[in-house]
Design a protein around this ligand. Structure first.
Ligand SMILES: [Fe+2]
Ligand SMILES: [Fe+2]
Length: 205
């Protein structure tokens, strides 16, 4: 797998089991994340139409994320469920609140996307292990989707470095990774891709 930057805080492996307490709720949240990634990629095209390289990459990404959405949705239906309603995503909202305006807006938007993809990769890896025994179809999905998240994290960094100086990108990434760690650590535990960690003294959430 492609090498990606480290996170500022690693999720404890017990999170995987806790998140799998309600597999259909987890998959529903995941499906909405894939749809959110599609919408975000399209939003970048609308906002920066003159940046040919960005437009090209975001177009391809939007299609890929939409395909992931379809994959997750098919699994939900296959398991006898239905896609649940979209819920507020406090994780993404907190990160987007940290983005600056003006000349740094694109840098921050790219780096926030990189950080979200990187965290998703970590969560998919934990789920692939935790689901192996009782939910093999979920384990297969997470094993399959992990590498694409790694590729997306790398793509956003590569794009950031094509528009901004390396040093500026690295400094801002370090800042956003710290912020992200503080945000996700404090979120409630639950069957969501970007939920907080379970309590260390009990199993489950
Ligand atoms: Fe995806
Ligand atoms: Fe992705």
């Amino acid at each position: 797998m492609m090498r990606v930057f480290p996170l500022a805080w690693d999720t404890p492996p017990a999170w995987g089991e806790a998140a799998l307490q309600d597999p259909l709720a987890l998959l529903s949240d995941h499906a909405h994340c894939e749809m959110g990634a599609t919408v975000s990629a399209q939003g970048m095209i609308a906002r920066y139409p003159e940046r040919a390289r960005l437009v090209e990459r975001m177009g391809a990404l939007a299609i890929e994320e939409l395909r992931h959405f379809g994959q997750v949705h098919r699994l939900i239906v296959g398991l006898g469920g239905v896609l649940g309603p979209i819920r507020t995503n406090r994780y993404v909202e907190a990160l987007l609140r940290a983005t600056r305006k003006g000349g740094e807006a694109l840098l921050d938007r790219l780096l926030v996307s990189a950080v979200i993809e990187r965290r998703s990769l970590e969560r998919f890896e934990l789920l692939a292990v935790a689901a192996r025994q009782d939910h093999p179809e979920l384990a297969r999905l997470y094993l399959e989707l992990g590498p694409s998240e790694a590729g997306h994290a790398a793509l956003f960094i590569e794009l950031a470095k094509s528009f901004y100086a390396d040093g500026e990108v690295d400094r801002r990434l370090a800042y956003l990774l710290e912020l992200e760690a503080n945000v996700i650590r404090e979120l409630p535990c639950g069957s969501r891709i970007h939920s907080g960690p379970p309590s260390p003294v009990q199993t489950g959430c």
